[in-house]
Design a protein around this ligand. Structure first.
Ligand SMILES: [Fe+2]
Ligand SMILES: [Fe+2]
Length: 240
């Protein structure tokens, strides 16, 4: 096997295995893959949210609402990220894009409305809250993927993308006043660091979970992050 083919094989291996999806969902998954390519909020995140939402679902969950909602929830993410005007909300645009794809794939009107509600409300910042069980599960799966080991890994990927440092030992309150907007957006990205992301944002995510199962998983993930960042501080200070 030549080097190029080996490379392609390796890249494919790191993608989440979605072979258990039915042909109808495979088609949706392929469409979503075309839209997403960035590392921290890309297709891998969608794969994890899909698997987590299956973990959070129970016998009463409408799977034909939850599965397409999980697959499609961030379809407009890159459109929002590359938008210069700041007016695109990926939850809102994503719901519109999803509608078209769902019609093409033969979903009925009532299901489409329920799926759109999940996508529209998955984003905490948009101010709309999930009302249905499926929407709550999707929101929870999305939040859980920002914390725990994955949350730590994602915060370091973002740190690499924006040239942040590994760790910043500063007063968190003072830092927040100096470098966060009122809505909590980072002003100067180079001043940010994963431990500050943890202290100011990731720590609070567990409070935004809806379902009991997600709350249990969230508690565990939170404790893991707490111990990781405590240890990171110790190691950076040269302690054992
Ligand atoms: Fe999102
Ligand atoms: Fe997401």
């Amino acid at each position: 096997m030549d080097e190029e083919n080996l490379d392609i094989k390796e890249k494919n291996r790191s993608k989440p295995d979605m072979s258990s999806l039915s042909p109808r969902y495979q088609k949706i998954w392929e469409r979503v893959k075309d839209e997403l390519s960035s590392s921290s909020h890309g297709i891998d995140h969608t794969g994890r949210v899909y698997r987590l939402s299956k973990t959070l679902a129970d016998d009463e969950t409408e799977r034909d609402v939850l599965t397409p909602a999980a697959l499609l929830h961030d379809i407009a993410r890159e459109k929002e990220d590359s938008d210069q005007t700041g007016e695109i909300d990926h939850a809102r645009l994503g719901a519109e894009m999803a509608e078209e794809i769902l019609i093409q794939n033969g979903f009925d009107e009532q299901k489409i409305e329920r799926i759109k509600h999940c996508i529209l409300t998955h984003r905490y910042r948009s101010g709309k809250r999930p009302k249905t069980k499926e929407a709550k599960i999707l929101s929870d799966a999305d939040k859980l993927d920002a914390i725990g080991a994955v949350g730590i890994a994602r915060s370091f990927i973002v740190a690499g993308e924006y040239d942040e440092v590994l760790y910043r030992d500063v007063d968190v309150e003072y830092y927040a006043q100096d470098n966060l907007t009122e809505e909590g957006r980072v002003i100067e990205v180079q001043k940010h660091a994963p431990n500050l992301e943890y202290e100011l944002k990731l720590k609070k995510i567990k409070e935004r979970l809806f379902t009991d199962k997600a709350k249990r998983i969230g508690k565990e993930r939170q404790e893991f992050m707490e111990s990781f960042f405590r240890r990171l501080k110790r190691e950076i200070e040269g302690k054992k």
